[in-house]
Design a protein around this ligand. Structure first.
Ligand code: MN
Length: 150
């Protein structure tokens, strides 16, 4: 776990995004958040708390809400835990410029969490039930994100 890449991409004098701090939460429940990010292209950022950071994936279309839709999810840099509450507009000229709002959030139960496969049970408002993230050979950071059970 490292926030080096997160830090390198941002100038904290110019963005209101949280500073890079690793923080282990006091709760025994793991949290997730999905940000709706109106950047150059609208996408959704899935973030899963894991070892004090938020593992993050950018999903070009909305996350799947049924068991038929499969979405490509591109893994991006780990984000700090405190990013879970971030909403706002990242100013023009900065990395990820555009409006960011929370699309869904809640807790999740991991059934498996490896660097090739993640199986989780979401307890969100929109994301509910069992989902799988599977590493693909699409590029270096390509994963597939799908819902498998209600
Ligand atoms: Mn994004």
């Amino acid at each position: 776990m490292s926030l080096t890449s997160y830090k390198q991409k941002r100038n904290f004098k110019k963005t209101a995004e949280p500073k890079a701090k690793i923080k282990l939460s006091k709760s025994n429940k793991l949290i997730f958040v999905v940000h709706e990010h109106h950047a150059t292209h609208l996408h959704y950022d899935l973030r899963l708390e894991y070892n004090g950071v938020l593992k993050s994936w950018a999903i070009p279309k909305s996350p799947p809400l049924d068991n038929k839709t499969k979405r490509l999810a591109i893994q991006v840099e780990d984000h700090p835990y405190s990013y879970k509450d971030f909403e706002g507009t990242i100013a023009e000229g900065n990395y990820g410029a555009g409006q960011v709002k929370i699309w869904d959030k809640g807790t999740y139960i991991p059934e498996k969490f490896s660097d090739k496969e993640i199986i989780i049970d979401f307890k969100g408002k929109k994301l509910k039930g069992k989902y799988v993230l599977i590493k693909t050979n699409y590029g270096k950071n390509g994963w597939l994100f799908m819902r498998v059970e209600g």
